[in-house]
Design a protein around this ligand. Structure first.
Ligand code: IPM
Ligand code: MN
Length: 370
């Protein structure tokens, strides 16, 4: 049988997005070669890069190629050069439009703190050690997309501006279902985060999650938590969480908070699924202050590539990537964001090659074992 070939659209975007995507591709190529499948890439502009070239943060031609691919890998978008732009011309609008067009309503953001990183956390090592949680963030609805939204002159001077936080039963049900399914594969505990003591939209959220739980997932442990408390609990005792399911805005905020438990946002990968084509991107932004200096941490992008391989069914290569990252961190390799006394400070590309060493090691072990 000839090896499978997957077509991947690469959207490196802006700032450190290009550097970390490049490292992820090098890692993917090694893993694919060792696991005997092939990846074909098409690299296209998005965000600021696409604004410069096409005056559009997500040109139709780019979106079309994304919809025809097996998966899309994105780096990061945005930067000071495009900060003066507004509305649909902002780099971020390109990303939001892409998520929506791909139908990627469920955003999976796993946060695990390996032992080797417990000491890099801003929190006490004993408070974070063993953290292993998954944020399932609703990604194509809520206040990010709700209408009406606008900014207009106010009657008595100044302006007024508004967004709308809106969810339908269907939107809540489908993302909750994805979250329950993951919970069943993990430690069987799920926390639904809302603001039901104040927001009507959260009261619907809570009802729909509750009903789905009773109807189809009552063997899983479900708790509801207000978002302000959840922010505090994430810092006080992150180990209490297994799966967290929440709306678009709360998920955006809580996942950044959760990411720093392991010491750096540069570690956190994500997968956005639910539509015909999956989207894989690091949670961190374009970090313009360190772009082009070889300082960026490629781990989040590389782990996102690993999530993409799981999604494509290449689970062995995905496991090899996770092992590669663990092995590089265990060996003390640290990019600037994570570097403390006693560590070896490495560049973006050096971190990539440390990870590739770990991947080769994984396949060597498995071959000897078989
Ligand atoms: C993220 C980012 C994006 C978001 C921005 C860049 C639009 O912060 O992926 O978390 O808010 O979703
Ligand atoms: Mn964010």
């Amino acid at each position: 049988m000839s090896p499978s070939t997957y077509s991947i659209v690469l959207l490196p975007g802006d700032g450190v997005g290009t550097e970390v995507t490049q490292e992820a591709v090098t890692v993917l190529n090694l893993a694919a070669g060792l696991a005997n499948f092939a990846l074909e890439y098409e690299e296209l502009p998005v965000g600021g890069a696409a604004i410069d070239l096409h005056k559009d943060p997500l040109p139709d031609s780019v979106l079309e190629r994304c919809l025809a691919a097996n998966a899309v890998m994105l780096g990061a978008v945005g930067g000071p050069r495009w900060d003066h732009l507004t509305g649909a011309m902002r780099p971020e609008s390109g990303l939001l439009k892409l998520r929506k067009a791909l139908g990627a309503f469920a955003n999976l953001r796993p946060v695990a703190v390996p032992d080797s990183l417990a000491d890099a956390s801003p929190l006490r090592a004993d408070a974070v050690r063993g953290t292993d949680l998954l944020v399932v963030r609703e990604l194509t609805g809520g206040i990010y997309f709700g209408e009406p939204k606008g900014r207009e002159p106010a009657e008595n001077g100044g302006e007024r501006a508004y967004n709308t936080m809106v969810y339908s039963t269907e939107e809540i049900d489908r993302v909750a279902r994805v979250a329950f399914e993951w919970t069943g594969k993990r430690r069987r505990k799920i926390t639904s985060v809302d603001k039901a003591n104040v927001l009507v939209v959260s009261q619907l959220w809570r009802d729909v999650v509750q009903q789905l739980h009773q109807a189809e997932f009552s063997d899983l442990e479900l708790q509801h938590m207000y978002v302000d408390n959840a922010a505090m609990q994430l810092v006080l005792n992150p180990r209490q969480f297994d799966v967290i399911v929440t709306g678009n805005l709360f998920g955006d905020i809580l996942s950044d908070a959760a990411a720093t438990l392991g010491g750096s946002l540069g570690l956190l990968p994500s997968a956005s699924v639910g539509g015909p084509v999956g989207l894989f991107e690091p949670v961190h932004g374009s970090a313009p202050d360190i772009a082009g200096q070889g300082k960026a941490n490629p781990v989040a992008a590389i782990l996102s590539a690993g999530m993409m391989l799981d999604y494509l069914g290449e689970t062995d290569a995905a496991a090899a990537i996770r092992h590669g990252v663990e092995s590089a961190l265990d060996a003390g390799a640290r990019t600037a964001d994570l570097c403390r006394e006693g560590h070896r400070r490495v560049s973006t590309t050096e971190m990539g090659s440390e990870i590739r060493r770990g991947i080769t090691e994984y396949f060597n072990r498995h071959r000897t074992a078989n």
